[in-house]
Structure formats: structure tokens, C-alpha cells
Ligand binder design. Structure first.
Ligand code: AMP
Length: 383
């Protein structure tokens, strides 16, 4: 905890990463009177296009990172795989929230799981793996089915493979290795939920969730807040877990804790995202303060806003696939039809659509979370 003075509107905020999460952060920060500089790998990134300044450089270019850090009053990130070394260099010139110690833990699945276990947070069985021999030994301990994942740089199911009983372990290692990996017991879950935590330098903290998340092909598809049929005990356990994670990590800013809920109602943490999360996009219209405004407030040391849910909300991602007809020809989605449904349309300003690429999302509020979910799915099917 620190009691550094707040960084007030008019100051310049920096964001590492130029994607849609950065873009929505820029929108929230500028609305509050901040200037925003975005550090991105390419000109014309979704965040860079709306920022006051886009600084183009490699995330590993320490000189470029240092000059960016010198240009801002505080920095945050929208992408967790910024090299820790770069964030350490940035920290010599400006506060970075969350800091390099958080990234060091969350960038590596084995370190992350060990941290969670040491913090008393429930996680499934796991074993570090960095050779075919270690994979055989890990399978002996954990059993199958299990999931083999690269320890670093994996996202949206990339760099992972489910190993069923009888799987050819050497072939699996050929496909996913070499390098640090983790073997996780396959969790038999009934649903996936997430909690968002905003934490200020003072230690003040607010929570959103649980949010229920449906995935398709390992990519988040639809999120719903509040997660339907959540008992008060489950909500309390999720809140306790998320609070423990943010406090033990000493994370300042906005983080997301992704969890599996098992058929008996118990929760296991899958992973931590040290940044706003796709499942939190529905907070823009659904909550009194969005996750992005909360990130601004937290990194600037301002009072946090109310996370109160205004109405049940559901969000559906729009992937690049929507920009193609069933015969593969390019088409423009029917925005008029989507808007007629009452959905809020968000587009990230990406120039080219590709299958699986997150291009935007729809959010719809309704009287119950189930209605919101059905309505947002229906709205998406009409575009
Ligand atoms: P991750 O990249 O770790 O978030 O994994 C992507 C998705 O794969 C998760 O959202 C789950 O749907 C699934 N998954 C990951 N790990 C496991 C596991 N240990 N057991 C079962 N499903 C998993």
C-alpha cells in the first residue's frame, strides 16, 4: 500500500499494448480529462487510433520503453505479455500499475499456480513439465484426462492440448514443447466464472461478479452478469478468492480472476489476467462504473467508483467470422438489424476481419440474466 498523491485529470496516462482493451481504456480516460499515450507494436492499432499519441516500438526495446515511460505520469497495461524486463525499465521512470512483480507471477503458468496454491487459493492439481520424461512422470502423478499447456504466451486456448486416457504423450510433447510447460488435471466443471477486481494504491478494492462465461472453440463467446443461479455462498467464496488474489499479488489497477465452478459448487482458479478482461465489457453499460473507468481510477489513485450492477447484462463477442458469408465471400454485418434489437454495438476499429479475430461485441440489458443472454445471442444471429 502507498499513499502517493493522486494523479489528477489533465495528466498523461500510458498504456502498454494497442488492442481493444487499451482502446476502451483510452475512451474512459479521455472522458475524465486525461491524455493517453499508447505503446503499440504497429501504427494504427485499435488503441493508438484513438489515443493522444501512439508510440510505436517493440515491447522488448528497452530504450523505446524508457522514452515512452518518461512521457507519462503513470502507466498501465492492456496486454499481459509485455516482457517483465521492459516493465522494470519503465518503473525507473514512472509508476506502472500493476507492476513488474505482478507480471512476473502471472506471465508464467507454473509460477502463477504456485503463487495461488501458496496463497491458499483453490487450484486443481498441476505439475511443471519441461521434457518428455517429465510429462510421463507428471501423467503418473495427475492421471488423465489432463491439459498440457505452454507456461508462457498462451491465450484463447493456443499452446494447449487435452490429453485423453491412452494419449500418445511423446506426440503431445512434440506438439506443445519444447520449453516450460504445465500439466493440469482436467477439471470437470459445470461452468466458468470470472471476478474483476479494481484495487487502488491505498489498498481500497471493489469487485464485480461472478460473471458467467460461455466459450466456443476456446474463445470467450458470451458473458452474463450476474451469473445466473449463484448461491450467496458461492458469490461470497468467489469474492474472497478474488480479494485474496489481488491482495497477495499486491496488484494495483484492474485484474480478472478466471475460475471453474464444479458440479458440487466449489470453485478452482484457472488463471489471472492482470488487466481488464473480455468478460468485463458488459460493465460499460451494465454497471455504474465500467471496468475501464475503474482501471483509470485505480491506477491514478482516485476514489474507486461503485461497481453496482444497474440491470442484468449480457455480452456477445463479434469475431471476424461474422464478416464472411457461408460461401466464404466477404459481407458487411447488418448493423441496422442489430441496433433494432436494442443491443449496444461496440467495434474496435480493426481494418481487416479474420476468422477468430475479436472485432467487436454487443451488449444487451434485460430484466433477467437469462433473458439478456438469449437476447444478445438473438441480436448477434441477426447481424
Ligand atoms: P486458458 O488459456 O487456461 O484460459 O484455457 C482456455 C480454456 O480451456 C478455458 O477457458 C477452459 O474452457 C479450458 N481449460 C483450460 N484449462 C482447463 C483444465 N485444467 N480443465 C478443463 N478445461 C480447461
Amino acid at each position: 500500500m502507498t499513499d502517493s498523491p493522486p494523479i489528477l485529470p489533465g495528466a498523461t496516462l500510458g498504456v502498454f499494448g494497442g488492442g481493444q482493451l487499451g482502446r476502451m481504456f483510452v475512451h474512459a480516460a479521455q472522458r475524465m480529462g486525461y491524455r493517453v499515450h499508447v505503446y503499440s507494436a504497429h501504427h494504427g492499432s485499435p488503441a493508438g487510433r484513438v489515443a493522444d499519441q501512439e508510440h510505436v516500438g517493440r515491447l522488448g526495446d528497452l530504450r523505446s520503453v524508457a522514452s515512452f515511460a518518461l512521457s507519462v505520469d503513470v502507466a498501465t497495461l492492456e496486454f499481459e505479455n509485455v516482457p517483465t524486463e521492459s516493465i522494470k525499465v519503465a518503473e525507473r521512470h514512472t509508476p506502472v500499475r500493476p507492476g513488474s512483480h505482478v507480471l512476473h507471477t502471472t506471465q508464467h503458468r507454473v509460477r502463477e499456480k504456485r503463487f495461488l496454491a501458496a496463497a491458499g487459493v483453490p487450484v486443481g492439481p498441476f505439475e511443471p513439465v519441461d521434457s518428455a520424461e517429465m510429462l510421463h512422470a507428471a501423467v503418473e502423478k495427475i492421471g488423465l484426462p489432463a491439459v498440457l499447456k505452454t507456461a508462457q504466451m498462451g491465450y484463447d486456448g493456443k499452446g494447449q492440448r487435452v490429453l485423453q486416457p491412452g494419449a500418445d504423450l511423446d506426440a503431445a510433447w512434440e506438439a506443445i514443447g519444447p520449453g516450460d510447460c504445465i500439466l493440469e488435471a482436467f477439471v470437470d466443471f459445470s461452468r466458468e466464472v470470472s471476478m474483476l477486481v479494481a484495487r487502488a494504491p491505498s489498498g481500497e478494492l471493489v469487485l464485480y461478479g461472478p460473471i458467467e462465461n460461455d466459450h466456443a472453440h476456446h474463445i470467450l463467446d458470451v458473458s452474463v452478469l450476474p451469473a445466473p443461479d449463484t448461491s450467496p455462498e458461492t458469490a461470497e467464496r468467489a469474492a474472497k478468492i478474488a480479494t485474496a488474489v489481488a491482495e497477495r499479488l499486491d496488484a494495483i489497477g484492474l485484474i480478472c480472476v478466471e475460475m471453474f465452478q464444479r458440479p458440487d459448487g466449489s470453485l478452482l482458479v484457472n488463471e489471472i489476467a492482470p488487466r481488464p478482461h473480455n468478460s468485463g465489457h458488459l460493465t460499460i453499460e451494465g454497471c455504474r462504473t465500467s471496468q475501464f473507468e475503474q482501471q483509470v481510477r485505480a491506477v491514478c489513485g482516485l476514489p474507486l467508483g461503485s461497481p453496482e450492477s444497474l440491470r442484468p447484462a449480457a455480452m456477445a463477442n463479434l469475431l471476424g467470422d461474422q464478416w464472411f458469408a457461408s460461401d466464404g465471400s466477404a459481407r458487411e454485418p447488418d448493423w441496422i438489424a442489430a441496433l433494432h434489437t436494442g443491443a449496444h454495438v461496440h467495434l474496435y476499429g480493426k481494418e481487416s476481419a479474420r476468422a477468430g479475430r475479436k472485432m467487436g461485441h454487443l451488449t444487451l440489458l434485460s430484466d433477467t440474466p437469462e433473458h439478456a443472454r438469449a437476447a444478445v445471442r438473438a441480436a448477434r444471429s441477426r447481424i
